[in-house]
Ligand binder design. Structure first.
Ligand SMILES: [Mg+2]
Length: 121
């Protein structure tokens, strides 16, 4: 399954990709901001994106993807340290399928991915 991991922190991307790999999700691709993510969307089946990033943040990425007919139905999980209810509600309204609040465990990450894949399958 081709999962796109979007985060400005190389360390965070490495951690997430290791968790995915350990759970059997191989073929993961990465991007360091929303703009780069858009250029890597070809064939992507799930997007895992950070919220706070330079150049283009996660919220803007979600809006761009949801407006694009080619990617409007690709499941998106937002990873954020912003646990504030208002932001989460806004993210869901913009088309995020689920969200994860940092810090998270590998099992929470995999659980959220599975829930999103099942719902959108
Ligand atoms: Mg960040």
């Amino acid at each position: 399954m081709k999962i796109l991991v979007v985060d400005d922190s190389a360390t965070m991307r490495r951690i997430i990709m290791k968790h995915l790999n350990d759970a059997g999700y191989t073929g993961t691709v990465e991007a360091e901001n929303g703009l780069e993510a858009i250029s890597r969307m070809e064939g992507v089946e799930l997007v895992l994106t950070d919220w706070n990033m330079p150049v283009m943040d996660g919220m803007s990425l979600v809006k761009e993807l949801r407006q694009n007919p080619a990617y409007s139905r690709v499941p998106i999980v937002m990873i954020t340290s912003i646990g504030a209810r208002k932001e989460v509600v806004e993210a869901l309204k913009q088309g995020v399928n689920n969200y994860i609040v940092k810090p998270f465990t590998p099992s929470i990450l995999i659980e959220k991915i599975k829930s999103v894949i099942e719902v959108t399958a």
